[in-house]
Ligand binder design. Structure first.
Ligand code: ATP
Length: 236
């Protein structure tokens, strides 16, 4: 579904990605793990059209989308739940959700159907639909960021650090939802610093270090790789 070849990205003179190759098959959950600053968010932001790559190509279902706008990419079936949630604090839960579907220009009935879908997946959001997003807990804001992305009805969902700053029990809840989404057929590219969790939740994984893929394979194999555990997963 997604094929990335030789992708490079820069911030000014500083290079963040050095020729990354990555593939996500339809229906797969693929994890991208690596330390702080490895380039994981940059890669997702390139896929979503938010950072312009300086080299390489990104193909989505056979279409070269390397230089496409985020709005076009949403219409083509991509959605991003960004690192740090980036919900609009002053807007209500409902208003934040509506923002996720804007590039699609949906009719009222379809929008309402999608909002209902998000609320049935995240009942806590339904209870707080009229509450300002800034007053939600961290876990609820994460659910809102994911719900907003789901409003686009994505074929490929990009999740950036969904567990960041969340307590273990809330993280469990978020990963249970990721699992449900995967089971219902959504293809997922998951960025996580918590590598053990990401590997447990995915089919395939890539390890990024200093802007380069240094290891890839079946998540279960990587999880059991003693050398990898020692080098990259620490005690987790
Ligand atoms: P983290 O989990 O901390 O976000 P990451 O693996 O997602 O780490 P990136 O955020 O992609 O890493 O950062 C990759 C490199 O690019 C880092 O050296 C970072 O300092 C740099 N970088 C990221 N965003 C910017 C920016 N807006 N301007 C300049 N440099 C940036």
């Amino acid at each position: 579904m997604l094929t990335i070849r030789h992708l490079t990205a820069h911030y000014g003179a500083a290079q963040a990605l050095f020729g990354v190759d990555l593939e996500v098959g339809r229906g797969q959950t693929v994890a991208l793990v690596g330390a702080n600053g490895a380039g994981k968010s940059t890669l997702l932001r390139c896929v979503m059209g938010l950072v312009k790559p300086t080299g390489g190509t990104i193909e989505l279902e056979g279409e070269d989308v390397t230089h496409r706008s985020p709005a076009h990419l949403v219409r083509r079936g991509l959605a991003l739940s960004p690192e740090g949630r980036e919900v609009f604090a002053e807007l209500t839960v409902l208003e934040n959700l509506e923002l996720g579907a804007i590039p699609l220009s949906l009719g009222t009935a379809e929008k309402a159907r999608r909002i209902d879908g998000v609320f049935s997946r995240f009942p806590k959001l339904a209870e707080r639909r009229k509450q300002a997003a800034g007053t939600l807990s961290g876990g609820e804001q994460q659910m809102l960021a994911m719900g907003r992305a789901l409003m686009a009805g994505p074929k490929l969902l990009l999740l950036d650090e969904p567990s960041l700053g969340l307590a273990p029990l809330i993280t469990d809840e978020i990963f249970a939802i990721i699992h449900q989404l995967a089971r219902s057929g959504t293809t997922i590219l998951l960025v996580e610093q918590n590598a053990a969790r990401a590997l447990s939740a995915s089919d395939k994984a890539y390890l990024l270090a200093n802007g380069t893929i240094v290891e890839q394979g079946r998540s279960s194999d990587l999880l059991n790789d003693a050398a990898l555990r020692a080098a990259f997963l620490g005690a987790s």
